[in-house]
Design a protein. Structure first.
Length: 164
């Protein structure tokens, strides 16, 4: 049995730190505009046009905030999974995705979701590059799922839990 497999997968892509700071700065500006709009509404003698001009800014910033580049999302990618003597390595082909390297002894649970077509590998502490620190979601096509599960069970001595 081969120790390396290439699978079509999805990788979690996080927005850059600069982009997250920019979005937060925009929202701070909108909050200041909200305060000035409310004060301006009372000072101007309850003119609705003051509040309407502010609402346009809120709509634009909220739409910008929800762009895919500004929120964590999954993108299709190729993953190379290698079963080393003591570690599991998952390397994504796209350079902006973090790679995951974890000791077999650190994998506490392995689950496969039939609905999501992914494996959830759980860890007792944060692992660099994992989807959520304490677990990693590894998406793959159904044809490769059985081979991966067999190799994972052999390497970790854990049985994969299958979920609907």
């Amino acid at each position: 049995m081969e120790n390396t497999m290439m699978v079509r997968s999805k990788a979690l892509v996080q927005p850059s730190t600069a982009r997250r700071i920019f979005v937060k700065t925009l929202w701070v500006c909108v909050i200041f505009m909200a305060i000035s709009a409310v004060v301006g509404f009372f000072v101007s003698g309850f003119q609705i046009s003051v509040l309407l001009s502010f609402s346009l800014a809120v709509m634009i910033v909220s739409r910008f905030t929800n762009l895919p580049q500004n929120i964590p999302h999954y993108e299709s990618d190729l993953a190379e999974i290698s079963f080393e003597p003591s570690t599991l390595n998952i390397s994504y082909q796209n350079g902006k995705n973090a790679n995951v390297s974890v000791l077999y002894s650190d994998i506490t649970q392995a689950e496969h979701s039939e609905q999501l077509h992914c494996f959830k590998l759980s860890f007792p502490q944060n692992v660099k590059g994992a989807s959520n620190g304490t677990y990693h979601l590894l998406y793959m096509e159904d044809e490769r799922m059985a081979a991966f599960a067999k190799m994972l069970e052999k390497s970790t001595n854990l049985s994969v839990r299958y979920l609907k």
